[in-house]
Write a protein that binds this ligand. Sequence first.
Ligand SMILES: [Zn+2]
Length: 225
Amino acid sequence: MRRQPLRDTQELLVLFSPRGRIDCVSRISARRTGLLEPLTCILAHLRLGRSLPLLDEVSLERTYAGLLGDFDRLHWAGYLLNLWLEAFPGEIENNDAYRLLRLSLDSLDAGLRSEWLVSWCELQAMRLLGSAPQLRRCVRCGAEHQLDWFSVAAGGALCPHCRESGARPLAAEVREWLAFLQRANLLRLAAARPDDGVVLAGRDLIGDWVLYAFPRLERFLKGGL
Ligand SMILES: [Zn+2]
């Protein structure tokens, strides 16, 4: 959820929900209820309003104290929310996308390494969109060996024969890490012990992938983790 003051005592709220993004108007005083702070999970009851739905009643589901108390994690929570808005825009029901966002915020709040989690979430979002990078075979010829290059424009890994201009080197360990992130659930991710250099190289490649699809996210990714 994020907030923006409106006239009088009203506020414009953006709710992230299983039904997609919902913009609504609230007359409930945040100070009075304490429930409508950004990054709070609420059960919301909406009714039809003149232009936007009106928030009638709220009850608290959970807060994210771990995120609010840590600048780095708060930054990445903001990034994940904006990634969600870019990848799944509008008011369209998408339970999988909502579940991914909640799982990611819960894990970030619980202290899972942001460098791992952000790449995991990006790759899972791309999978839901049907545009995940191909990492197990050469995008062009289907070869399964010597996948030493990575190209965002081509759509994933390339063998030396199919290498094209703009392709970046893809170390075997980095490719394995990204392929692991594509299929791992959060339990397996939490138990992983990747090398820090491999993680950063993977973030770099997947960050490029995300910016290619959603250039507006540059403000979050510039400068890296
Ligand atoms: Zn090839």
